[in-house]
Design a protein. Structure first.
Length: 681
């Protein structure tokens, strides 16, 4: 990557070192932040980068950073917060989500891989040891993935006084030195039976230093761009100076001195990890502007005019999943352009789990994901397509699990205790996670598409546990808030009976469930709610009461029906003979329903002209009888009935009829007969 200027046959060549500037992890984080800005305002949890000019640029774009204060704040509008490339522990992500933040995870894939390995090692029962700086954000985050159980050491010597269990897993902060890590591994292998070595060191820093070192030997001026307090920039400067090449460290273009350029033929440029491409580009432009010679040719290996410039140069580590373009398909292998010096190779056995014609799987020109396996003896990068597919899928599921993203998958089988869904791997939805309410028959879901959240993911076992209920619950809570605002006591709403209990029914009135108590189902006596409603019934209900504190709503059906007591005085005047059904007997009398909602009481003393000691001698439940209204109090909702009076009235009429005949024959009046009876008494 170089630009060349010509003047009168004299070339001024500017060479930009490989791997100069942002590493891929930092570049990815900045890119994600800028992309997200298009949708919403964004803040980063901690500074995205240690470069004041880049920070100023990001702030101008609207990307601000915050730290602890974000963790203590609640985001009302679901603003976005970006997790920078260092990563954080799972608790912090969960806490941010709980507080309503939309989390964008820009954790560097290398760091992510280290987090995963540490977490898995803990699950497998290893004591995790991390080589690194315990105050560094990446190490704090890594340790959090081991539930804060990992031991952090700055070198193997820190372990001398620690009693270790027989089984340890060891990994390093991604920017640690390989040699230091190897020392630690050797020490552990010397004292323990089982040492699991997890390769987590990222080679970005080494590659940047190696490239700067190589370039410094070929140029007569080296410009090192980066922060004066940045250790990796200073290291680059040291390397260049140690090679006796004329070297200058500059933080920004304003520090460039045109004198440095005089009589130079080849100028090399490298940059620290926090230096964005646009600053490198500015330096190149200043060199061109301050070059009095005529510029003849500009030739670049890296396009400094592009945003995708320096960082598109690839380095490959085993286990990396990268994108590439299929350039050739042979009978035994597939060649893929992965942006390296030469094409990567997918051997046939790494294309699919069974032997197939490669053209059935990929086609020339197709962009695919591949996993880096190793380098063969000829220096070719060996790739696996099949592993990348499963890894890509597992990554997507893991991301969905962390972000709470909803995924859709078909139900393939109903099994004991739940449902199996096809999410690319075996997904299990426990019965309790199928719906917000209990589902008696899961077969209704067979072949249906479910929208679910990932609850658990077992990468090594390739299994996931999912929940449709979590999605429904979240939607329910959202709707609940909106519907809650609209509700008023006395309001009539359309509802659907969701569940029946012994004491009533739960009715969905537009996203919220209210209780329709059995006593509110009808004016008459209901012993079982199922007599009135069934699950799934669409009904109209009236809101009786809203309790916003307990979040409870009481509903009524009978409130929509006219109260029968309202005209009971006209319908049931004293003396009226009514027909009713015995609905209940008690030791003191029987309740007779004269219409739904009006039960009259026939007291035991009013059941017969004869003395009654047990109500059931005279009446039984379900029996239809005639009775006379002897009292009607609509205020107290009391209707007193008498069977005895009917019998007495009949006798009286019969007696009157009889006396009428006697009067006719003897001329004696009824009054005289009663008087006669009274005297006898
Ligand atoms: S792990 Fe490597 S690529 Fe990732 S942020 Fe750190 S230095 Fe950059």
């Amino acid at each position: 990557m170089f630009s060349t200027c010509v003047n009168g046959g004299v070339f001024l060549k500017v060479i930009i070192a490989e791997y100069a500037g942002f590493c891929s992890g930092v570049k990815r984080a900045v890119q994600l932040a800028e992309d997200s800005l298009e949708k919403q305002p964004i803040r980063s949890l901690g500074p995205l980068i240690h470069n004041s000019q880049e920070i100023a640029r990001l702030q101008r774009l609207g990307i601000h950073s915050g730290d602890e204060e974000i963790l203590s704040q609640t985001s009302e509008k679901g603003e976005a917060v970006l997790i920078r490339s260092h990563g954080v522990g799972p608790q912090i992500i969960a806490e941010l989500k709980d507080r309503g933040w939309h989390v964008i995870d820009a954790t560097c894939p290398y760091v992510k891989k280290a987090q995963k390995l540490a977490q898995e090692a803990l699950k497998e029962g290893y004591q995790v040891i991390i080589l690194g700086n315990k105050e560094h954000a990446e190490v704090k985050g890594l340790r959090a993935w081991t539930k804060d159980t990992a031991i952090v050491v700055a070198s193997w010597e820190d372990l001398k006084d620690i009693n270790l269990p027989p089984k340890v897993a060891v990994l390093a902060q991604t920017t640690e030195k390989e040699a230091k890590f190897n020392e630690l591994v050797s020490y552990l292998q010397g004292i323990l039976d089982e040492v699991k070595v997890l390769k987590t060191i990222c080679t970005a820093t080494q590659q940047r230093q190696k490239a700067a070192q190589e370039l410094a030997t070929k140029v007569d001026l080296m410009l090192i761009i980066g922060g004066r307090h940045s250790s990796n920039t200073n290291k680059l400067w040291q390397i260049c100076k140690s090679l006796n090449v004329n070297s200058h460290l500059i933080e920004e273009v304003g520090e460039m001195n045109p004198e440095w350029l005089k009589n130079k033929e080849i100028i090399g440029i490298t940059a620290g990890a926090s230096t964005p491409a646009w600053i490198i580009k500015e330096v190149v432009m200043i060199i061109e502007e301050n070059n009095e010679k005529e510029v003849g040719i500009i030739e670049e290996q890296i396009d400094v005019n592009s945003n995708d410039d320096l960082l598109e140069l690839k380095s490959f580590n085993p286990g990396d999943v990268i994108k590439g373009k299929v350039v050739k398909i042979n009978a035994e292998e597939v060649l893929v352009d992965i942006g390296g010096k030469s094409e990567g190779i997918i051997p046939l056995e790494e294309l699919a789990y069974k032997r197939v014609d490669p053209k059935e799987i990929v086609s020339e020109g197709q962009e695919i994901s591949v996993e880096v396996l190793n380098e063969d003896k000829d220096g070719n990068i060996v790739l696996s397509y099949k592993k990348a597919q499963i890894e890509e899928l597992l990554d997507k599921l893991e991301q969905a699990k962390e972000s709470g993203e909803i995924i859709t998958a078909p139900v393939i089988e109903i099994v004991k205790g739940g449902i199996l869904v096809d999410v690319g791997i075996r997904g299990f939805v426990p019965a309790s996670q199928v719906d917000r309410n209990f589902v008696a028959d899961l077969n209704q879901y067979l072949n249906q598409e479910l929208r679910m959240k990932v609850l658990e993911l077992d990468r090594s076992g390739r299994k996931a546990v999912l929940s449709q209920r979590a999605v429904l619950e979240e939607e329910y809570q959202k709707i609940k808030g909106e519907v809650w605002e609209q509700l008023k006591e006395g309001q009539v709403r359309q509802g659907k009976v969701m569940r029946i209990a012994t004491f009533g029914a739960f009715v969905d009135i537009g996203g919220i469930d209210g209780l329709l108590h059995v006593s509110e189902m009808a004016w008459g006596h209901i012993s079982n709610p199922a007599e009135v409603v069934a699950e799934g019934d669409e009904i109209e209900v009236i809101i009786l009461k809203i309790d916003p504190i307990k979040q409870k709503i009481s509903l009524s059906l009978k409130g929509l029906i006219k109260n029968p007591w309202e005209n009971a005085i006209e319908k049931y005047p004293i003396g009226k003979i009514v027909t009713g059904r015995v609905v209940r007997v008690a030791p003191f009398g029987a309740f007779i329903e004269v219409e739904p909602g009006i039960d009259g009481l026939a007291h035991i003393s009013q059941l017969s002209q004869n003395r009654v000691s047990n109500v059931e001698e005279v009446l039984s439940v379900g029996q239809t009888v005639e009775a006379k209204v002897i009292e009607n109090d609509p205020v107290k909702k009391r209707l007193s009935l008498s069977l005895k009076e009917i019998a007495t009235d009949i006798e009286k009429v019969e007696y009157e009829n009889y006396l009428g005949k006697r009067e006719e024959s003897s001329g004696v009046t009824i009054g005289e007969i009663l008087k006669e009876i009274g005297q006898k008494l």
